[in-house]
Design a protein around this ligand. Structure first.
Ligand code: AMP
Length: 226
């Protein structure tokens, strides 16, 4: 299966993406995490990306498209992927259409996580990530770790992302409204879009997302591959 996850910052894309990808046995590809890996490596690409991320702006298209195209070309995506945080504007959506067409593949579904903006700011302010594995995501109020400041899963130190400060979050929301919201229309026009409410408990939202792609508890699993 090839799935896109769209939604404003703080909608819980990362949290849901990890669970959905595990459930469907497909690769989770996070555009933000790929860029953060470049930042950690201290590459020129990473330094350039970091400047834009700290300002709450999108990283230039040529950079993100190259990073995603390279990632999608790896063999581990053959069984499918769940792309989180890409595309974030129409240009990137059209680039992705081209990348998929070139490999004669197509998307199965696009999930749009919907959430009120007031809730976004609350969620992001309390979000904490594990330094050892950024896919381990906690919230000081909604899903607190058992030991304050420590990851339940691996014991890593928890930290706050440097672009999760309130002023930056507000800028990221503006960018979402002006640049990413049109991507939703792009996929609606292709008949691929399903809107999923991202309000509620993590498991409830996961159940809704799985039902939206026909993998809910009541649905039959895929027949074995021949
Ligand atoms: P995320 O981890 O998805 O919240 O992304 C964090 C930041 O990384 C965003 O605010 C952007 O600065 C940058 N970023 C992530 N994905 C993209 C993308 N597809 N295009 C441009 N910038 C991106």
């Amino acid at each position: 299966m090839r799935i896109l996850l769209i939604g404003p910052p703080g909608a819980g894309k990362g949290t849901q993406a990890v669970r959905l990808a595990a459930h469907l046995s497909i690769q989770h590809i996070s555009a933000g995490d790929l860029l953060r890996e470049h930042i950690d490596q201290g590459s020129e690409l990473g330094r350039n990306a970091h400047t834009h991320m700290l300002a709450g702006l999108l990283v230039p298209d040529e950079v993100t498209i190259e990073v995603i195209e390279e990632r999608l070309a790896r063999a581990d995506t053959v069984r499918g992927f769940l792309l989180d945080g890409f595309p974030r504007n129409r240009f990137q959506a059209e680039a992705l259409d081209g990348i998929l067409a070139a490999s004669e593949s197509r998307l199965d579904a696009v999930l749009d996580l919907e959430i009120p903006e007031a809730e976004v700011v609350r969620r992001i302010a309390g979000r904490r990530l594990c330094r050892q594995d950024r896919r381990h995501i906690f919230h000081v109020e909604y899903s607190p770790p058992e030991v304050a400041g420590r990851c339940n899963l691996c014991g890593g130190e928890l930290y706050q992302r440097d672009d999760d400060l309130e002023a930056t979050v507000r800028r990221r929301l503006e960018v979402y409204r002006s640049e990413t919201a049109p991507v939703v229309d792009h996929y609606r026009a292709q008949g691929l879009l399903t809107t999923v409410s991202a309000v509620g408990r993590v498991q409830e939202i996961l159940d809704r997302a799985l039902a939206a792609i026909g993998r809910g508890q009541d649905e039959a699993p895929d027949p074995p591959r021949s």
